[in-house]
Design a protein around this ligand. Structure first.
Ligand code: NG6
Ligand code: CA
Length: 519
């Protein structure tokens, strides 16, 4: 009896040993092969700000390494000419104009994404990924009336991110603190934070009452609470120990991103990192290491800082042995702006640099520079370097990346263009409705149609042409990338065809669309 039991025991031990020595099962091997996905996303970086795009005079060697070692898209679009709508579209694969709240958000706005909505990080999570967002969020937090001293929810962790380390809105908006997994970092419970976008807190200095406290001057807006000498949008009180250091922000997010990659490398689980840099959005606060480096003032300096950060981050992937198993997508949330509300010499020291490259307009504009942005896919050893003129948009990343990792999930507006992103196809989207401050226009093939909008032609404070006109505008972008020749009168058939398509995608007629946008 005893001997029999011993035999059984030995047999089971041997079985365990032999099974565990067989190596990974087929499914595990496939699992291991799933590439990591990193989305490096800049804030207000223009088409001409990356030197590989051949337009400006600023040198961005690390961004160029991605561009020249991967696919550089010349017709890559953000979905909106401003931040919150653009990011919303990126993560949900949904046109921002379908969500009436998708506008530039104050720091107190509730979460823009419905927690039931499909999102890119959710899709990846379902496919076995660990998911993280590090950097700028600006898609709202909470359900309205957030208490910044408690757990802040819903937020990134409720729409698909396992880990989040973010700034809530923008660098120029309060609260000026980092939030990790729903908690303000380094918050002293004895010094609670209060935030208000309508009214100041009694006795708190503002840029109006205490201009002597400012180390950076405001040009328009940005005259509420002062943090680190920089006047912000919105009022904030308390939370002294939690306030970020502006000049250290790039290093701070880089440290977090490097630590995250290190942890993930150890775990072996594939990961998705949405690395959302804050540069070159205002206030431009380069670390002293980068001050004066560009000769173009703080805007140029923070782009060089971002470029350095990207180089360091890629080094980390390389050191961890992950670079050849990581798809990197590089882009920007909207086009460039020089003076966006502070006196920081961006206009005065620009020299020959052209942040928008050959494109007309800029941030806030329906003209190309508003939404056509640097767009690069890089995957060492897998993507063959090249340039693609195919039309691709950030909305398409949801379906495309989903398909790459074996998901069939999609959203109404997102198209699977993975073959194009990998450089195996030159075919992009046929049509795309782009958005700028609640106005929309249609790109189809080489053509762009802007319906009439009665608003101002130029936003004078930022000195950017918005794309408004009382007449229809029609441009052939292949022949006229700078949108100088309005062909609406010369091409009535093309114009009519585009108006019809525009109305059918938007589900409204042009008049209704204008009414909607005037509200
Ligand atoms: C504008 C701000 C601008 C910037 C922008 C958002 C003023 C006058 N201007 O309202 O400085 O913060 O919002 O930029 O307040 S975005 O890239 O996040 O969309
Ligand atoms: Ca932006």
């Amino acid at each position: 009896m005893k001997r029999e039991k011993l035999n059984v025991l030995i047999l089971s031990i041997l079985t365990v040993i032999s099974v565990s020595c067989q190596g990974p099962k087929e499914s595990e091997t496939a699992e291991e092969k799933k590439p990591n996905i990193v989305l490096i996303y800049l804030d207000d970086l223009g088409y001409g700000d990356v030197s590989a795009y051949g337009a400006g005079t600023l040198q961005t060697p690390n961004m160029d390494m991605l561009a020249n070692g991967g696919i550089r898209f010349t017709n890559g679009y953000a979905s909106s000419a401003t931040c919150s709508p653009s990011r919303y579209a990126l993560l949900t694969g949904t046109y921002p104009w379908r969500n009436k709240n998708a506008k530039i958000l104050p720091g107190t706005a509730p979460l823009l994404i419905d927690t039931a909505q499909v999102t890119l990080p959710k899709i990846l999570k379902e496919q076995g990924y660990h998911t993280a967002v590090i950097g700028k969020w600006h898609m709202g937090l909470g359900a309205g009336d957030v208490d910044w001293n408690q757990e802040i929810s819903p937020g990134p962790n409720q729409v698909g991110f396992d880990y989040s380390h973010i700034l809530a809105a923008t660098q120029d908006r309060v609260p000026t603190v980092y939030i990790e997994n729903g908690r303000v970092v380094n918050l002293d419970p004895n010094d609670p934070i209060q935030v208000d976008y309508d009214q100041n807190f009694e006795g708190e200095p503002t840029a109006i009452t205490n201009p002597e406290m400012l180390t950076m001057k405001w040009h328009h807006g940005h005259n509420n609470s002062i943090v680190n000498g920089v006047p912000r949008i919105g009022f904030m009180k308390g939370g002294e120990s939690a306030k970020w250091s502006d000049v250290d922000m790039a290093d701070h997010f880089l440290d977090k991103a490097k630590a995250y990659v290190g942890q993930r490398a150890e775990s072996g689980q594939p990961f998705f990192l949405f690395y959302a840099l804050q540069q070159p959005h205002v206030p431009r606060t380069p670390h002293p290491r980068f001050e004066g480096k560009s000769g173009m003032g703080p805007r140029g300096d923070v782009i060089l800082e971002a470029d350095w950060v990207i180089g360091e981050f890629i080094k980390t992937l390389e050191e961890q042995g992950l670079l050849e198993n990581t798809l990197i997508v590089f882009s920007s949330d909207n086009g460039p702006v020089l003076n966006d509300g502070y006196y920081d010499d961006a206009v005065e020291l620009l020299g020959d640099h052209t942040p928008a490259g050959p494109l007309r307009g800029g941030k806030y504009s329906l003209f190309e520079a508003g939404t056509r942005v640097p767009f690069i896919t890089y995957w060492k050893g897998t993507i063959k370097p090249g340039v693609s003129d195919a039309m691709v948009t950030q909305i398409d990343l949801l379906s495309s990346i989903g398909a790459l990792v074996g998901s069939e999930k999609s959203s109404a507006d997102s198209q699977n263009l993975m073959e194009t992103f990998l450089g195996k196809s030159q075919v992009g989207r046929d049509a795309f409705v782009l958005e700028a401050t609640s106005r929309t226009a249609l790109r189809q093939g080489d053509w762009l149609m802007i319906p009439p909008y009665p608003g101002p032609e130029v936003q004078t404070q930022v000195n950017i042409e918005l794309g408004n006109s009382t007449a229809y505008q029609l441009y052939n972008l292949k022949e006229d990338i700078s949108q100088q020749n309005n062909l609406a009168t010369a091409n009535p058939d093309k114009l009519q065809e585009m108006i019809s398509l525009f109305e059918s995608i938007r589900g409204l007629n042009s008049q209704q669309i204008q009414q909607l946008e005037l509200k």
